[in-house]
Design a protein around this ligand. Structure first.
Ligand code: ZN
Length: 436
């Protein structure tokens, strides 16, 4: 009897602790039982077998082997039978724009639409300063309707340089601006450090090196990460010497060398190739064909695609697309080299640049990583857990681990055989809410 009472007290204690630990949110307290699928988690070698995920309050609360575990009372069963369950895609370079030549300004709508394509985490390394607060508030008001979103407020550039943003003329001014970004809740700082020689015959001025060093240093003092647009090898090295945390474009100017690899490793700098962006800049017509061939579900708008087929390559400012087109193989080789050296590779598209359409470009970016020679499982890791690690949130998302956010895809075909199976989406789940 005493033993029974003791056990009951224990159970009551557990129940009490459970209530404290997991307050039920009216919207998401729903218990999900995702059963019958093969669990794929590039961060965990022990999975790859059939299993069941139990989800509550937006989090994975249990990972059970096998597909015959009895559901908890009241659970909603999500049928993953014959399917493949993996963490959602992280597209860590995205500007939440339509990718048309005259983009609509409805960033919130574009951001929501990314979920349709399986993108459950994303990062805009340069939200215009005057749009930052409103967009952040909109996402916070209903976060499960959007991917998990990281945002940098504005970008640092120089007078007459590439990109619109802050143009400090002294190191002290730059440091003050970084502190302002910190106070405004920016998820880091972004430096434009490129003369754009890969896309124009009239190169742009580049930020003073001393100012760039001050920006990176002050960001680190403030606990912010520094992201860089620096696709020219020698310029990227300047920023790596300053300790930059992530290159948000691949190196296109020439093959990377040992010095570059050493600097990347020293800082554990992450590398985002944005193959889609370089590909579209090399010629809209060819890129549009690539998108159409990939679109087996017929979701692209033919009228919109026709605009790209008719568009001449480049723009008045970016008049040297041949340079970029010629160097696409270098870009792919650099990705392969960097990955092979053990540098963290993430997936990013630069969505919003004309031709880089939301969602489908992220899926295609995975495929292009596979074409560059990465194994499917490494591509999947780049698209999931590697992003969480690089953004300082290991285990919080991008993995099928107890306690991780339930941002999940259920696919009808195995992406480990061919990452283009990422198109075959049955369900998208964002923080425990079934999106589709
Ligand atoms: Zn960008």
């Amino acid at each position: 009897m005493t033993r029974v009472i003791g056990r009951m007290a224990g159970l009551l204690m557990c129940a009490a602790l459970w209530l404290v630990a997991a307050p039920v949110d009216a919207q998401t307290g729903e218990l999900l039982f995702i059963r019958g699928g093969t669990l794929i988690d590039p961060a965990r070698d022990d999975l790859g077998v059939k299993g069941t995920l139990v989800v509550q309050n937006g989090l994975i609360i249990a990972v059970r082997p096998g597909d015959d575990s009895p559901p908890l009372p009241g659970a909603r069963i999500i049928d993953a039978d014959g399917g493949y369950v993996m963490p959602g895609i992280s597209d860590m370079h995205n500007h939440f724009r339509t990718g048309m030549f005259r983009p609509s300004d409805d960033q919130a709508r574009v951001l929501r639409s990314l979920l349709d394509w399986g993108v459950t985490t994303t990062f805009d390394p340069g939200v215009p300063v005057d749009e930052f607060d409103a967009l952040r508030a909109e996402v916070a008001a209903d976060r499960r309707a959007y991917p998990r979103t990281f945002m940098v407020r504005g970008v640092f550039t120089t007078e007459g340089g590439w990109g619109k943003g802050y143009t400090p003329s002294t190191a002290a001014e730059a440091r003050a601006l970084v502190r302002e970004l910190k106070a405004a809740g920016s998820d880091g700082v972004k430096l434009m450090y490129d003369d754009m020689r890969w896309a124009t015959t009239r190169p742009f001025p580049v930020m003073d090196r001393e100012i760039a060093v001050a920006i990176v240093d002050e960001a680190h003092r403030q606990g912010l990460r520094a992201y860089a647009h620096a696709p020219i090898l020698e310029l990227a090295k300047h920023l790596l010497e300053a300790g930059v945390d992530c290159l948000v474009h691949g190196i296109i100017s020439e093959p990377v060398d040992a010095e570059f690899i050493d600097l990347m490793k020293r800082n554990n700098t992450c590398y985002i190739s944005t193959l889609a962006m370089f590909q579209t800049n090399a010629g809209y017509d060819a890129w549009a064909t690539r998108l159409e061939e990939f679109d087996i579900n017929g979701r692209l708008n033919p009228a919109a695609m026709e605009i790209f087929h008719q568009a001449p390559a480049g723009t008045p400012r970016l008049d040297n697309t041949a340079w970029a087109a010629e160097r696409l193989p270098v870009l792919r080789i650099n990705l392969f080299t960097v990955h092979g050296a053990g540098i963290p590779v993430l997936i990013g598209t630069d969505t919003g640049i004309p031709g880089v359409l939301p969602g489908i470009s992220a899926q295609l970016e995975l495929v292009m990583h596979q074409e560059a020679g990465l194994d499917p499982i490494d591509v999947l890791r780049a698209a999931t857990s590697a992003a969480a690690v690089a953004f300082g949130r290991p285990g919080e998302f991008g993995t099928l681990t107890r306690g991780a956010q339930a941002d999940l895809l259920i696919l009808d075909a195995d992406p480990r055989d061919d990452v283009s199976n990422i198109r075959r989406i049955r369900h998208v789940i964002r923080a425990g809410r079934v999106h589709r």
